[in-house]
Design a protein around this ligand. Structure first.
Ligand code: SAH
Length: 251
């Protein structure tokens, strides 16, 4: 029996934003692996064994997936959003890189998903219409100094910045420090979007300015987009403003 391993993105939360390719792979899989809340998003089914785990066990989870696929199981590892963006695909390839050489012969596929930055951007307008970058504010896997350096250089280079992992139960000060850092390099009026639980029932989208952005308004389900000096608002009577970054930029 030939096993396979698919590393799949479940999108930001809405069932409509799961791709048909991922739905098909989920229907064929024998084993479902992932951080427990993401595993819980997949309906139970006879013949599908669920292996939910803690968020901090990425490499163990990746090795379990590889072992099971090597035994001939059809394994699907799920991430929220896109599996290649701050998620399980890189963890699986790191495990392959450092692990059993026979794992290199496995049938491994990455099935893309809609990342939180795309879902949040779509709700606000088109803030990612010009050059942008994504920065993970978690300092669990890299030093805070490096994060601040990247924030400063990204702001100075004129990138729109998508901030992932702004806050968690264990990390409270990072977003406040990041906003302070960005305020030193960007105008106070820079449009700023807080997208919380995008695509889920409790979704909220708030458009504010860098000056007024309130770090305590974000939690671990929030994606923040900081505009560039080019990013603009189109006010609309009775509706939220449209946020967009024009396609062209001045030198
Ligand atoms: N692979 C995921 C990101 C995982 S990191 C992706 O591509 O979206 C987890 C972070 O993603 C969260 O802390 C939050 O910043 C963001 N995120 C995930 N789902 C979200 C959602 N539905 N709404 C807003 N932000 C979300």
């Amino acid at each position: 029996m030939s096993g396979w391993l698919a590393i799949a993105g479940l999108g930001p939360g809405a069932a409509e934003l799961v791709t048909p390719e991922v739905t098909q792979a989920l229907a064929q899989a024998t084993d479902l692996i992932g951080y427990a809340p993401y595993v819980a998003r997949v309906p139970e089914r006879v013949g599908l064994t669920r292996h939910g785990s803690d968020n901090r066990e990425e490499l163990d989870r990746a090795r379990l997936a590889l072992h099971l696929a090597a035994e001939g199981r059809r394994v699907i590892v799920v991430s929220s959003g896109d599996p290649g963006v701050f998620a399980m695909a890189a963890a699986v390839f790191e495990a392959v890189d450092c692990g059993d050489p026979s794992w290199r012969n496995l049938d491994i596929r990455v099935l893309p998903g809609i990342s939180a930055m795309f879902a949040a951007a779509a709700r606000a307008g088109a803030p990612l219409g010009h050059d942008f970058c994504a920065i993970n504010l978690s300092d669990n896997l890299k030093p805070w100094d490096l994060i601040e350096r990247r924030l400063r250089l990204a702001a100075q280079a004129g990138f729109v910045i998508a901030l992932y992992n702004p806050s968690s139960q264990a990390r409270h000060w990072q977003l406040g420090a990041a906003l302070e850092c960005l305020r030193r390099h960007l105008p106070p009026t820079t449009p700023t979007v807080f997208g919380r639980a995008v695509g889920r029932a409790d979704e909220t989208i708030a458009v504010t300015t860098l000056q007024s952005a309130d770090a305590s308004a974000a939690d671990m389900a929030t994606l923040i987009i900081i505009g560039s000096a080019e990013t603009r608002l189109v006010p609309r009577p009775g509706h939220a403003p449209l946020v967009y970054t024009p396609r062209s930029a001045l030198a």
